[in-house]
Design a protein around this ligand. Structure first.
Ligand code: IPM
Ligand code: MN
Length: 368
């Protein structure tokens, strides 16, 4: 029994409705195991731009800093132009959180549920046995490199983004991936574009160095275009995939289809910081704010709920509780409950709230 503080940033679109279900699940965890969770809610993204004039305020950043973990929904919406050049975008909130808290390691586990193998666009026989983890570098690369701008020249507009990585940045994400592989099937695939990009050539060099410190782990390189292909051709052959920021962003949307839907994939963003309980981190579904389906009970809360499970595991060090939440989700899917995104003939189609209710009920009875 312990007490923990969790910053809750529901955000925009379907963010609030899926986060609400994750909170119900955390309340159920608190009840069953006698923990105390202090939830501190704040605005982020378009909601915060509207009410506070910026995607995330300093006050909200401080609230996060004082917490053991951050439970994040989704951000998105139309950018607001400020003056001639500056544009405020809801996504800047997420980038600020990642950067300021140095959450450089984004863990995106992809483990399709057996009962959903037939709903995927990929053949069940190809998916069979898939259990992979994408370790996405989250605070470097094109997302943060400077310059990044559109500028006017004598020949018209031009635009530039900068893909920059330091040795130290590559080394720490590589070590994270190898450490994680040791707790799994001990295979690391480093993904880059070393046949073209200088940043990838350094990536490969550092990766090779780090690999020598882990002789017990099998290591391979794969070009990102080939990886995109092999992910749907032989997904079960991967264990840990480690890659730079933008490649990881793209490959994980692709990989989500192995699990049936974007609505199934959770993520954990971790850095070096430790709290009294565990690792400080931010937890969010990999999906976006999906404004087209917001408020219609169509969103799948599973990604948000599984993100809460990762929060329990990594930041609060509540391992059996995390496992119980994951089992409750699987139990609910096995019992035939499906949201719109993974709907199936002959199964029980339910809304966001009802899916949450079923998972909460399952949580009260699953073995722990
Ligand atoms: C993600 C999202 C974000 C990203 C957006 C919202 C900035 O797509 O977490 O994958 O590109 O990292
Ligand atoms: Mn993305």
């Amino acid at each position: 029994m312990g007490s923990y503080t969790i910053a809750v940033l529901p955000g925009d679109g379907i963010g609030p409705e899926v986060t609400e279900q994750a909170l119900r699940v955390l309340h159920a965890v608190a009840d069953r195991w006698g923990h105390t969770f202090f939830f501190q809610q704040a605005l982020v993204g378009a909601a915060a731009i509207e009410a506070e004039g910026e995607p995330i305020s300093d006050a909200t950043m401080n609230l996060c800093r004082r917490s053991d973990a951050i439970l994040f929904g989704a951000v998105g919406g139309s950018p607001r132009r400020e003056g001639s050049n500056a544009t405020i975008r809801p996504e800047q909130a997420l980038l600020r959180l990642r950067k300021e808290f140095e959450l450089f390691a984004n863990l995106r586990p992809v483990r399709p549920f057996q009962a959903l193998l037939n709903t995927s666009a990929i053949k069940a026989e190809v998916l069979q046995g898939t259990d992979l983890l994408v370790v996405r570098e989250l605070t470097g690369g094109l997302y943060f490199g400077k310059p990044s701008e559109i500028r006017e020249t004598a020949k018209g507009y031009e635009a530039v983004d900068t893909l920059i990585y330091t040795e130290a940045e590559i080394e720490r994400i590589m070590s994270t991936a190898f450490d994680l592989a040791r707790g799994r099937r001990k295979l690391v695939t480093s993904v880059d574009k070393a046949n073209v990009l200088s940043s990838s050539q350094l990536w490969r060099r550092v990766a090779d160095q780090v690999a020598t410190e882990y002789p017990d782990v099998t290591f391979e390189h794969l070009l990102v275009d080939a990886c995109a292909m092999h992910l749907i051709r032989r997904p079960a052959s991967f264990d840990v995939i480690v890659t730079e920021n933008l490649f990881g962003d793209i490959l994980t949307d692709e990989a989500s289809m192995l699990a049936g839907s974007m609505g199934m994939l959770p993520s954990a963003s971790l850095g070096a910081r430790r709290t009294a309980h565990g690792m400080f981190g931010l937890y969010e579904p990999i999906h976006g704010s999906a404004p087209d389906i917001a408020g219609q009970q169509k969103a799948n809360p599973v990604a948000a709920i599984l993100s809460a499970a990762l929060l329990l595991r990594y930041s609060l060090n509540l391992k059996k509780e995390a496992q119980a939440v994951e089992s409750a989700v699987e139990h609910t899917i096995n019992a035939g409950y499906r949201t719109e995104d993974v709907r199936e003939e002959g199964k029980n189609l339910v809304g966001t709230n009802e899916m949450g209710s079923q998972i909460v009920q399952a949580l009260l009875v699953v073995e722990a």
